[in-house]
Ligand binder design. Structure first.
Ligand code: ZN
Length: 284
């Protein structure tokens, strides 16, 4: 191993340890996003390749810098989502994950490396994201998002990206976002297929409108497996939709979901109507 590689790993290990040592239980009220100027000279080059896009604008970049986003799950989907959002310049990222890094995670969860085994994923992720873009305020929450703590965790957020791997969590996140009227990007991936759905409470169908009940005997990644790049594709689509919702650039996938069969590389966009009797969004 080269000395620069050893030095990098040492810095990384120190950073993970420092962040883990500073681990706190989640604050009920998240901190405000930073006020630094994303268009200051030092930041211009960092964001230059998106700023130069005709669809993008200084207003879009400033909107991102003001934005506060919660990523639920720092695993296969959460890794690309958090990396792309941090890279793009989202002001504040809250990373919610109760689990620790395991060997079986590493083929698809790109924020975690072999030296991170046993480290809480929220803190491992926060350390890498800090290296990727120190301008972003990253807050790790080593906790499982549940109905009781959801309102406190999502308070003040402009957007949630649900990268969890359980239907139970998806319904909790959906209900909490509908009550708080916070836009949400949902997704799931299994094997070589996946699904992405954008939700703007009160404007289009929510996750429960589309899927009123969880499927019976739904397989898990542990039993059915998942291919790393398949999770990468679905997570990248989630990040893309998140950037659209935060900036107004492009046409977000709202009131519809995208079903992806990556074995055949076939994508199907399905429109969904709101259900007037939906227990989650009928009051939104
Ligand atoms: Zn609904």
């Amino acid at each position: 191993m080269s000395s620069s590689r050893r030095s990098f790993l040492r810095d990384l290990t120190d950073a993970v340890r420092d962040v883990a040592a500073a681990a706190q239980t989640p604050a009920e009220t998240p901190a405000a996003p930073p006020s630094r100027d994303p268009l200051a000279d030092a930041s211009l080059e960092r964001y230059s390749r998106q700023l130069v896009m005709p669809e993008w604008s200084e207003a879009a970049q400033r909107a991102l810098a003001r934005a506060s986003v919660i990523v639920v799950g720092a695993g296969a989907l959460g890794s690309p989502v958090a990396m792309y959002l941090a890279g793009a310049g989202v002001g504040r990222l809250g990373i919610v994950d109760a689990d620790e890094v395991e060997l079986s995670n590493l083929h698809r969860q790109l924020l975690h490396f072999t030296p991170d085994l046993g480290v809480p994923k929220a803190h491992s992720a926060a350390a890498k994201l800090g290296f990727l873009n120190p301008e972003v305020v990253v807050e790790p929450y080593q906790v499982r998002l549940e109905a009781a703590n959801a309102p406190g965790l999502i308070q003040g957020a402009d957007l949630l990206v649900d990268c969890s791997d359980s239907f139970e969590t998806r319904y909790v996140v959906n209900a909490a976002c509908c009550v708080a009227r916070i836009p949400l990007v949902e997704a799931g991936v299994l094997g070589m297929s996946g699904l992405v759905m954008g939700i703007r409470p009160g404007e289009g169908a929510c996750y429960r409108c589309a899927f009123p009940e969880p499927p019976p005997d739904a397989p898990s990644c542990a039993t059915a497996g998942v291919l790393g790049p398949a999770a990468g594709v679905i997570g990248s689509l989630q990040a893309l939709e998140a950037l659209k919702l935060l900036t107004g650039v492009g046409e977000p996938l709202v009131g519809a979901f995208l079903q992806a069969d990556l074995a055949l590389l076939s994508f199907l966009r399905v429109s969904v109507e709101r259900r007037p009797d939906c227990p989650d969004c009928s009051g939104a």
